[in-house]
Design a protein around this ligand. Structure first.
Ligand SMILES: [Zn+2]
Length: 618
C-alpha cells in the first residue's frame, strides 16, 4: 500500500481490490455489466472469443484480449462473483503459462510491448485479489527480459506514449520485491516513453501530433508524470499534471468532464467527439495520480467524468456502448461527421460500434471508481475522496479492522451518511473531501453538528479525529447550488453539484443490427431539441425549478434520475440539423419570436440524446 524506499511516498494508499463493496445504484452498474457486455462479450464478439490469441487460438492477438481480461477481472473481483471469476481465469492461466525461457510471454505472432501493458495491470489486480504465487516470478522474469531487450528494441508506435502503463507495473513489483534492477528498468522505460512531463508542463496549446494528440494516448499519458514522481521526487512532475489539464481544458475541454478527441484533439465545439476509451483511461489515470499526489482537483475531475461522460456512453442495460459521444448529440445515426478519424458507426449504441478498442476496454471503468472510493491515510485513517453508496472494510490505527457503510444516492443526493462498525472503540482519523463546487457544507457526528473550526483542514480535506464506537454515524451535507458554466460561442451549461444537466429529448431506439439481447441501435429524436434557455446566468435559481422524485435502481436512464430541473426555454427555428448534428450554436442574445415553454433538464449521464451547451435567448 505504501511505497518502499527509494521510491517517494504516495499520499494515499490504495486498498486491495474487494475491500470496497459497491451498494445501491453503483452496485447496480456492476450487476448490469455482469449480465451485459462485460460478462457476455466472449460469447458474442469473436475478437475476445475462444479463438483469441490470448487463449492460444488463431484469432486476435494484440490489445483486445489484454484489455478485456483487465476489465472482466476487475469486475469479477470487485463484485466477488464466482461465475465471472471462472470466466476470467482461463485468460490469466493461459497468459501465465505462455511465458518462455527468456521471460517473454503472450501470443508469439505479436511481440508489441504495448499489448502486454494492460495484461500486466490485470495480473497486478489478480495478484492483489488472490495472492497467486505464480504472478511475482512471472513479472520478474518478464521485466528482466525487458531490461535486456529494450535498449535494442525500444518502445515504439502505441508503446511510446503509453509507456506509463508499463512503468506502473514495474513500480508495483518493485514495492513487492525490491529488486534493484527494477529501478533501472523504470528509468529506462521513462526515458523511452514520450515526454509527458515536458508536454503537460509546457506552454501554449497542446501538441496535436500522433503521440500527444491522440486522445487515448493523452488520457493514458496523464498517469506517467505522477508515476515517475515516485522515482524523481521532483514536485515539478506533479505540477505538470495540473498545468497540462488546465491547458487541455482551455483548448479542448468539454462540459461532461472530458476533452474532445475524435480520435485526435479537436477543440471545444459542441459536436466534437470523445472516445469511450479516453473516458475510461482518463478516469483510471486520474485515480492513479490521486493516490500518489493527493491533489483533490483530481477527485473533482474523476467525479465529473464518472458521473457525466461515462454513463452517457453506455446504454442503460449495459448491452451497448458508443465509440464517440458529443456534448450536443441530437441523433445517433450512421455516417461521417467532422471527426478527425471516422468509422461509419461511431455514434451508434451497440456491441462494438466505431473501432473495436472501446468494446474490449470499457469494462474497468465502474470497478475502477469503486476501488478508489476510499483510500488509506498515512496516519492510520481512511479518506473518502469520492462519494457513492458503498461499504469499506479496512485496517486502521493499530491494525484493528473496521467497516464503514456509506449510504447515499450521491451524486443525485446532497447527504452522505457514514456508519462505523467496529468490535471495540478505536481512534482513527476519517478524512472527507469537500468538493470544489460545494460553497457550503456541514458535518454532524451522532446527530450533533461539528463546527467547521473543530475539523482540521488539509486543503479541501476535512479530518474528523475521534474515538469511534460501534454504530457511530457521521453525516456530511453537501448542498448543491445551481451553477452556470460558459462554453463556446457564448453558450452556457447548467450544473448542480457534480452533475451537468442536459435537455431531455424523446428517444426512439431503432434496431439496425445484432441479435437479441445484444443489438446495435440508432437513436432518433421524437421531440424538438433546438431550444435556447431563458435565464440569468448570475442567478439561475430564479428560472430553474428543482424537481425531486424517487430514483430507480438504475438511475442513468432518461426518466429514472432522482432529480430533474424545469427550465424556461424558447425554440430557435433557424437552429437545425446539419450533417447529422446540431448546427453551430446560435449567436448570443437572440430573441426568437417563439413562445416561452417549460422544458425538462435531466442529468447528462441519463441523456443519450441531449443538448448540454445551450444558447441563451431573450
Ligand atoms: Zn476505444
Amino acid at each position: 500500500m505504501w511505497n518502499r524506499t527509494p521510491l517517494a511516498l504516495n499520499r494515499f494508499g490504495q486498498l486491495p481490490i474487494g475491500a470496497i463493496v459497491a451498494r445501491g445504484w453503483l452496485h447496480e452498474q456492476l450487476r448490469l455489466s455482469a449480465d451485459g457486455l462485460t460478462g457476455r462479450l466472449m460469447e458474442i464478439w469473436p475478437d475476445v472469443g475462444p479463438d483469441s490469441g490470448w487463449l492460444g487460438g488463431p484469432g486476435e492477438s494484440w490489445e483486445r484480449g489484454p484489455y478485456y481480461t483487465r476489465g472482466l477481472l476487475s469486475l469479477a473481483y470487485t463484485l466477488n462473483d464466482e461465475a465471472l471469476i471462472r470466466r476470467v481465469r482461463p485468460w490469466i492461466d493461459w497468459t501465465l503459462g505462455s511465458q518462455r525461457a527468456d521471460g517473454s510471454f503472450g501470443p508469439t505472432d505479436n511481440d508489441d510491448w504495448w499489448a502486454r501493458m494492460p495484461m500486466l495491470e490485470a495480473l497486478r489486480w489478480y495478484h492483489e485479489a488472490t495472492g497467486d504465487a505464480r504472478v511475482l516470478p512471472f513479472m520478474t522474469g518478464y521485466f528482466r527480459y525487458q531490461l535486456a531487450q529494450l535498449p535494442a528494441r525500444p518502445l515504439e508506435a502505441w508503446g511510446r506514449p503509453r509507456g506509463g502503463d508499463n512503468l506502473a507495473s514495474v513500480l508495483w513489483l518493485s514495492n513487492r520485491c525490491g529488486e534493484p534492477f527494477l529501478l533501472a528498468l523504470a528509468d529506462l522505460l521513462h526515458g523511452q516513453t514520450s515526454d509527458w512531463i515536458g508536454e503537460l508542463g509546457g506552454e501554449g496549446p497542446p501538441d496535436e501530433a500522433f503521440e500527444f494528440g491522440h486522445g487515448v494516448n493523452r488520457a493514458m499519458g496523464f498517469k506517467e508524470p505522477a508515476l515517475y514522481f515516485l522515482r524523481s521526487a521532483d514536485p515539478r512532475h506533479l505540477a505538470a499534471l495540473r498545468r497540462g489539464w488546465e491547458r487541455l481544458g482551455a483548448h479542448h475541454g468539454q462540459i461532461q468532464g472530458m476533452f474532445s478527441a475524435d480520435e485526435f484533439l479537436h477543440g471545444r465545439g459542441s459536436t466534437q467527439g470523445t472516445e469511450l476509451c479516453a473516458v475510461v483511461e482518463l478516469l483510471s489515470s486520474f485515480a492513479t495520480a490521486l493516490t500518489i499526489s493527493g491533489e483533490l482537483w483530481l477527485a473533482d475531475a474523476i467525479e465529473r467524468i464518472a458521473y457525466n461522460a461515462l454513463p452517457a456512453m453506455l446504454s442503460a442495460d449495459h448491452r451497448g456502448h458508443q465509440y464517440f459521444a458529443l456534448p450536443n448529440q441530437v441523433e445517433c445515426t450512421p455516417g461521417g461527421r467532422n471527426f478527425s478519424v471516422h468509422h461509419e458507426t461511431d455514434l451508434l449504441f451497440g456491441v462494438a460500434p466505431g473501432y473495436g478498442c472501446c468494446a474490449a476496454n470499457f469494462h474497468m471503468a465502474w470497478p475502477r471508481l469503486v476501488n478508489h472510493l476510499w483510500l488509506a491515510t498515512r496516519d492510520g485513517g481512511l479518506a473518502a475522496l469520492l462519494f457513492a453508496p458503498c461499504e469499506v472494510s479496512a485496517r486502521v490505527a493499530d491494525g484493528q479492522t473496521v467497516s464503514i457503510r456509506e449510504q447515499t444516492a450521491y451524486p443525485f443526493e446532497e447527504t452522505v451518511r457514514f456508519t462505523v462498525r467496529t468490535r471495540q472503540p478505536v481512534a482513527f482519523p476519517l478524512s472527507l473531501r469537500i468538493p470544489e463546487w460545494a460553497a457550503a457544507w456541514s458535518v454532524a457526528v451522532n446527530g450533533a453538528p461539528v463546527p467547521a473550526e473543530r475539523l482540521p483542514e488539509d486543503g479541501r480535506l476535512r479530518v474528523v479525529m475521534r474515538t469511534w464506537h460501534d454504530g457511530d454515524t457521521l453525516v456530511l451535507e453537501l448542498p448543491m447550488r445551481l451553477r452556470v458554466s460558459r462554453w463556446e460561442r457564448g453558450s452556457i451549461g447548467v450544473e448542480r453539484g457534480p452533475l451537468v444537466y442536459a435537455l431531455r429529448i424523446g428517444e426512439a431506439w431503432r434496431r439496425v443490427g445484432g441479435s437479441e439481447p445484444f443489438c446495435d441501435y440508432e437513436v432518433h429524436p421524437t421531440t424538438p431539441w433546438n431550444y435556447g434557455l431563458l435565464l440569468d446566468p448570475h442567478a439561475p435559481e430564479q428560472a430553474l425549478r428543482v424537481e425531486r422524485r424517487a430514483a430507480a435502481s438504475q438511475p442513468w436512464e432518461q426518466d429514472a434520475a432522482a432529480v430533474r430541473l424545469m427550465a424556461k426555454a424558447k425554440r430557435i427555428p433557424e437552429w437545425t440539423v446539419s450533417n447529422g448534428m446540431s448546427g453551430p450554436i446560435p449567436e448570443v442574445g437572440l430573441a426568437p419570436p417563439t413562445p416561452v415553454e417549460e422544458v425538462a433538464l435531466i442529468p447528462y449521464g441519463c441523456a443519450r440524446l441531449r443538448i448540454s451547451m445551450f444558447p441563451l435567448v431573450r
